[in-house]
Design a protein around this ligand. Structure first.
Ligand SMILES: [Ca+2]
Ligand SMILES: [Ca+2]
Ligand SMILES: [Ca+2]
Length: 234
């Protein structure tokens, strides 16, 4: 008797990281958040979309370079080579966690859109002073700028700086700008639901990134590769 009450009713907000990686991601995000965001409004994020789209597409050649057997996915071995080449010094466990976190359809391969998310997470994580080395070695200044923009956008949305964007933070951010539009609240809801994959009422950075790749149409260019590739070489 007694003392058993309350076991199951943890507050809704309580968040338990599934992996060490996820905990690190949130930590890194909070560290970044303490520096503030350069974003002034939700609109300023929207204005960045074309640029983000463009530099995501440029990643394709990087992806192809690391997809050694050209089967359109990067497996763990190929990822390890990729990290070696970029001199990103992650432990095997970290690489594993990253791989599993980004392989969202669980087929043991990283597709192009998953690869973009993965690189961006690496960008965030290597902000850790011990991993500075990777910074210059990625050698993709455009991409780094884009990743930085995405981190910045997330920090802007995450008002209370807990490493997650809640529904109300999303609504606030959108309402701040779109004062005239009566549908803005609905749009905010729709956007939020698109982002919150596991429907836990909060969006983490990974979910945010996957949403971006979908919004700019990256996941639809899975199978057809070559129609853009000819235009610009990185
Ligand atoms: Ca492959
Ligand atoms: Ca938050
Ligand atoms: Ca979620």
């Amino acid at each position: 008797m007694g003392g058993v009450i309350g076991k199951g009713d943890a507050p809704k907000k309580a968040w338990v990281p599934e992996t060490k990686l996820e905990a690190k991601m949130v930590e890194a995000m909070q560290r970044r958040a303490s520096g503030g965001s350069k974003m002034k409004s939700f609109n300023s994020i929207l204005l960045k979309f074309p640029k983000i789209d463009k530099s995501f597409r440029k990643c394709k050649s990087i992806f192809e370079q690391f997809d050694e057997d050209s089967n359109h996915v990067i497996d763990k071995e190929e990822l390890r080579h990729c990290f070696n080449k970029l001199e990103i010094s992650f432990s095997d466990e970290e690489i594993n966690d990253l791989f599993e976190a980004c392989d969202i359809n669980d087929d043991m391969g990283i597709k192009f859109n998953e690869f973009i998310v993965l690189l961006c997470l690496v960008h965030l994580l290597k902000d850790d002073p011990t991993a500075q080395l990777a910074k210059s070695k990625m050698g993709m200044p455009d991409l780094e700028t884009t990743f930085e923009t995405l981190v910045d956008a997330f920090v802007f949305l995450d008002k209370n700086k807990d490493g997650h964007v809640s529904k109300s933070e999303m609504v606030d951010a959108i309402n701040e700008t779109a004062s005239g539009e009566r549908s803005s609240g609905q749009i905010a809801m729709k956007r939020f639901e698109e982002m919150d994959w596991d429907k836990n009422g909060m969006v983490n950075f990974k979910e945010f990134l996957f949403a971006f790749t979908r919004w700019v149409g990256i996941d639809e260019m899975d199978d057809e590769d070559n129609d853009e590739a000819g235009e610009e070489k990185v």
